[in-house]
Design a protein around this ligand. Structure first.
Ligand SMILES: NC(=O)c1ccc[n+]([C@@H]2O[C@H](COP(=O)([O-])OP(=O)(O)OC[C@H]3O[C@@H](n4cnc5c(N)ncnc54)[C@H](O)[C@@H]3O)[C@@H](O)[C@H]2O)c1
Ligand SMILES: O=c1ccn([C@@H]2O[C@H](COP(=O)(O)OP(=O)(O)O[C@H]3O[C@H](CO)[C@@H](O)[C@H](O)[C@H]3O)[C@@H](O)[C@H]2O)c(=O)[nH]1
Length: 350
């Protein structure tokens, strides 16, 4: 199914660089930008990304963002006008086990990118941040952008530090940023063009769909004694295509409402792990094999966004804000595309 082409913003007639565009979120952002009529360049070192996830219409540059000279050349060669910065190391427990590699990659890549942007005269950046920057004791309340920050993990700390670097750089007039703090990203492109394909993904809905497709013997529920209605963890799952649209809106309104602002990206609705299991069972018509285990280290009971600012300020209108839709799209992708034997191959899975 093809979507109508929207007129690109005349101030954004130059190509957009998507760092991490071979990854889960970045590939959906690249698709949404192409759908909206933008020219797109993806910069990715494929450390977790997959070449075949880069949409056909995008130019691909295989580069480690920490190579500032190479990046500067890419920015100049493609006449980049703005940057969506998704590239990062993203697995929370890995960041606890190996903090130095997380600080090195996430801070190193951001510093190198901002330096290259300054030298090439590129000012506008949209940054992928996370709910993991907030303090853990939110008492189960929806979290607004002005809630206290105090990340539990090195991963969250790298994101908060990168936010600070952006703020300090904007304070001297060197760039304009919009920071988007994602809650739990899930789902897949409704047209089946992209989906979560990382071989070692750890996210609940991805693992639940792998289980439903018979690739895992069972799903482990971590903790049934949380202070939540059914005892399992509660999260705010945001559809990856709605999230991608938020980046387009931030870019289009960059000179106005989104300039140097932070927005939560979540629907404000919490679903428990058992809600996810039930929704999956309803979608497949079969029982999902589950086992229970102790709470996972570093987990929180409930993480739900107060996401009103994004809608009120940028006019974000999510299209897929429904757990059943998120599950249906994830399941469709998992069952038709993401098979283990294709992981790591350069060709797109059939
Ligand atoms: N998926 C989520 O639930 C979630 C939630 C909150 C925030 N985020 C943020 O969204 C962004 C994208 O996450 P994702 O889930 O798509 O992860 P992902 O691992 O699928 O994508 C990250 C991409 O960045 C690339 N990359 C990493 N380091 C690089 C470097 N030094 N140079 C070039 N490329 C590099 C990887 O190869 C990969 O393609 C990250 O910044 C992450 O912190 C994701
Ligand atoms: O096999 C599993 C996987 C997860 N969970 C539970 O499901 C919930 C969600 O876990 P997961 O999907 O791993 O996401 P989070 O740990 O909430 O973290 C995600 O969402 C954060 C934003 O809220 C991002 O910052 C992180 O990068 C991203 O991994 C938690 O209660 C987990 O304990 C299980 O019970 N079994």
């Amino acid at each position: 199914m093809s979507r109508p082409m929207a007129e690109p913003d005349p101030t954004l007639s130059r190509p957009v660089l998507v760092t991490g565009g071979a990854g889960y979120v970045g590939s959906h952002i690249a698709l949404a930008l192409l759908d909206a009529g933008y020219r797109v360049v993806v910069a990715d070192n494929l450390c977790t990304g997959l070449r075949w996830l880069v949409p056909d219409g995008a130019c691909f540059e295989e580069v480690d963002l920490r190579d500032g000279d190479a990046l500067e050349q890419i920015l100049r060669r493609h006449d980049i006008g703005s940057v969506v910065h998704c590239a990062a190391s993203t697995v929370v427990p890995d960041s606890v086990a190996d903090p130095l590699s997380y600080y090195s990659n996430n801070i190193g890549a951001t510093l190198s990118l901002l330096g290259a942007m300054a030298r090439a005269g590129v000012r506008r950046i949209i940054f992928s941040s996370t709910a993991a920057v907030y303090r853990a004791d939110n008492a189960g309340q929806p979290i607004a952008e002005d809630a206290p920050t105090d990340p539990l993990s090195p991963y969250g700390a790298t994101k908060l530090m990168a936010e600070r670097i952006l703020r300090d750089t904007a304070a001297i007039g060197a760039l304009d940023y919009t920071i988007l703090r994602y809650f739990n990203v899930a789902g897949a492109d409704p047209d089946g063009r992209a989906g979560q394909s990382t071989p070692a993904a750890t996210h609940l809905i991805k693992l639940a769909c792998e289980t439903a497709c018979g690739r895992r013997p069972s799903l482990t529920i971590y903790g049934t004694d949380w202070p939540t209605p059914d005892g399992t963890g509660v999260r705010d799952f945001v559809h990856v295509s709605d999230l991608a649209q938020a980046h387009i809106m931030a870019l289009q309104q960059g000179a106005e409402a989104a300039r140097n602002r932070i927005f939560n990206c979540g629907y404000g609705s919490g679903y428990s792990v058992r809600d996810v299991v039930r929704a999956l069972e309803a979608a497949t018509g079969t029982a999902l094999p589950v086992q229970t285990a102790a709470r996972r280290a570093g987990d929180l009971a409930q993480v739900v966004a107060d996401g009103r600012a994004l809608a009120d300020t940028l006019g974000w209108q999510p299209r897929y804000a429904d757990l059943n839709t998120i599950i249906a799209h994830s399941l469709a992708w998992e069952s038709s595309h993401s098979t283990p034997e294709f992981h790591g191959l350069s060709g797109r899975p059939k």
